[in-house]
Design a protein around this ligand. Structure first.
Ligand SMILES: Cc1ncc(COP(=O)(O)O)c(C=O)c1O
Length: 389
């Protein structure tokens, strides 16, 4: 990462960006940890797909070009080559493909993962115990995981360390570069689930030196459900022969030969069936918006908004449940509340879209969020909690 710190957005710049998201005229949207708001750009990309379908009936050439465009956009976002990126339909499916390629019954069979993973990641690894993998979870203590927890557990039996970049529940951000270093020193691989960080900060796979990185697009990448991406480091690609596969993962999908097992030479080998064209078109448009806003500047803005939210929550007498150092934090600021799902509904009635999870309401801004939006969300929360629920 460069030493010069990019300049954060001002509130005026954030307000100008809000014109790209029509719903923001009437609502405060701080649920980006769950789903981003609809942008004109993404709407346009989905409409263009629907138009091409309506007008041409079938237009595989341009639809497949759309898939390539989406992979290129993801690759640019993480500093990878497009040939190191495969398109998938969810983070779950992407991690499952990787797991199915790693469960080969080799000497190394331990998967070290954490209690901070989104449940699907733990679920996928556990499902591969029947193929010989052994799964260990590092506990979350006081909402965080210290690096020595990794150091104490990684050894020559570790096949892979599977760690989330940002904890979906309270926003705790892990130092994935150092986690990857710990894994590599013991000869293990490092996989990062970046679903809660991509779009909020700079992520460069070369700089982080991770082997595999997955993310879907509906959150801070401003896309829609139904599409995800997996990065696999070039040097690792040819070692992965997934059992969870399909014709788009083959050397030539259009050979139409059902009796040969072969894998594309690049990361496309992790793909399965017919790709989700309209979701990929939306994903590409969302990622291009992030690129235009500039992940470095977004990171600076998110840090500033985090500091603002933590301070404002304290001022409102709300119970903040997450790291106080903004460098150890993603975009989410988690506020402990009784009956979070009910509170989420009450906030929505007041035109504040926030997200309940566990025992918290997550206030998760983006580059288009103003400090006034944060204040408004917290004020409404305080007002709701001030009355009997
Ligand atoms: C960190 C993280 N990983 C994975 C997921 C789930 O991904 P998918 O539904 O695409 O499998 C989520 C949330 O939806 C998440 O927050």
């Amino acid at each position: 990462m460069s030493e010069t710190r990019p300049v954060s957005f001002s509130d005026d710049e954030a307000r100008a960006w809000q014109r790209e998201f029509p719903s923001l005229a009437a609502t405060v949207h701080v649920a980006n940890c769950s789903h981003g708001p609809q942008s004109l750009r993404v709407r346009g990309a989905v409409d263009a797909y629907l138009d091409s379908w309506l007008e041409k009936g079938m237009d595989w050439e341009s639809w497949i070009a759309e898939i390539h465009g989406a992979k290129e956009a993801f690759a640019r976002l993480i500093g990878a080559k497009p040939t190191e990126v495969a398109l998938s339909t969810s983070a779950s499916a992407a991690v499952s493909s990787v797991a199915s390629a790693l469960a080969t019954g080799g000497e190394r069979r331990r998967v070290l993962t954490t209690e901070a993973e989104f449940p699907t990641v733990g679920h996928v690894w556990l499902a591969h115990a029947r193929y010989g993998l052994e799964v260990e979870f590092i506990p979350v203590r006081d909402g965080a995981i210290e690096l020595n927890e990794y150091e104490a557990r990684v050894d020559e039996r570790t096949l892979i360390v599977s760690a989330t970049h940002v904890y979906y529940q309270n926003g705790f951000k892990q130092d994935v570069k150092r986690i990857a270093g710990i894994a590599h020193r013991a000869g293990a691989l490092a996989l990062v689930d970046a679903y809660q960080s991509l779009g909020t900060c700079r992520v460069d796979v070369g700089e982080l030196d991770v082997d595999i990185l997955v993310s879907g697009n509906q959150k801070y990448l401003l896309g829609v459900p139904g599409v995800a991406f997996v990065y696999v480091k070039e040097e690792l690609v040819e070692r992965l022969e997934p059992a969870l596969t399909g014709w788009f993962g083959r050397v030539n999908p259009f050979a139409f030969d059902p009796k040969t097992l072969d894998y594309a030479r690049d990361a496309r080998r992790l793909e399965t069936g017919t790709p989700p064209v309209f979701a990929a078109a939306a994903a590409r448009a969302g990622m291009e918006l992030i690129e235009e806003a500039d992940p470095g500047r977004i990171e600076a803005r998110i840090d500033a908004l985090s500091a603002h939210a933590i301070e404002a929550a304290a001022r409102c007498g709300l119970e903040y449940s997450g790291p106080h150092d903004v460098r150890r934090k993603g975009a989410t600021t988690a506020i402990r509340v009784p009956e979070p799902t009910r509170v989420e509904g009450l906030l929505k009635e007041r035109n504040v879209v926030a997200s309940a999870r566990g025992d918290v309401i997550r206030i998760a801004p983006h580059f288009f969020t103003t400090t006034e939006d944060i204040d408004r969300a917290l004020d409404e929360l305080r007002s709701i909690l001030g009355r009997p629920l």
